[in-house]
Design a protein around this ligand. Sequence first.
Ligand code: ZN
Length: 322
Amino acid sequence: MLIFNAHVHLNGSMSEEYLEVTARRNGCTEHFQGFLAETDLWKKFSWIHQIIQTPEDIKLATLDVVKHSTADILEIRTTAKAMGRHSVDAYIQAFVEGLREANAQYPQKRARGLLSIDRTKHTLSDAKQIIDAAVAEKKKSGMIVGIDLSGNFVGPRKLTGDGLYQAVMYALQQDIGAALHVGEIDSEDERRDFDTILRAVQDYKEKQQGKIYGKVRFGHAIYRTPEQDEIIRKLKIPVEVCPSCHEVLDWWKKGQPHPILSLYTHRTRVLAGTDDNLLFRCNDKDEQHKLDSFLHVPEKYAQLSEDAQHEIISAKRKRYMF
Ligand SMILES: [Zn+2]
């Protein structure tokens, strides 16, 4: 059975060893000590951001993530930004270079990248630039295959309402995939944005005859309304589920069924992810096994051998990747 990791954030997924080596190289080992001593999950990110300082660090981090990954097929996402005198484009090029080298060094793995749009920082115009950059890079190197929509779900949102609708629609109309974080918190803002995203996907599918597989995935989708469930089921939108992350954040409560089960019960509609394995202490293979342990193989494949079932499920999951 193929192992997939559809949900990997670059900055939260590099190994601790790499972080330490980089802190030493950049002369800031005190930041690494700060990272180790930090107990707040989200504050750990600011330590990481202080240690990772150059496009070269990004390239090597990308290689490090692929090297340590136990997945056969993975997609890594990152928010490109200017670093010191280095431009946003220099960041993207370093990420692409890292992906290119990783695929050459580990030919048995397929690693691709997504460029992230941060809804708390980026405007509609920023989002369109990121989407354009992803499209251009897909044509150029094929290493970038889509965009990700993410950002702190507690903070105030810059990309929301009609701007969010237009950004999602703009992404869907290009030849790239869109991985969209939804339903991460039980709040009015989150529900409204989730509805907006669903409306864009629904309009794209029904009014423009757009395809879903290999094009759209939702990330997490923990907090959902019955109306949202109905649309997701009807459109058959695949959902990325990161079991360890959900346990640590208490999105998957101890002793309770995982929230995905009230939407999908079959392995054929979901993909596993690690989100941030540096923070959640998990790996690709175990996450997929954890997910598959509570999801079922559809009845129609029950007569097949276990190998044949795995083959069918892997083939289906492959179609959801960009
Ligand atoms: Zn995520």
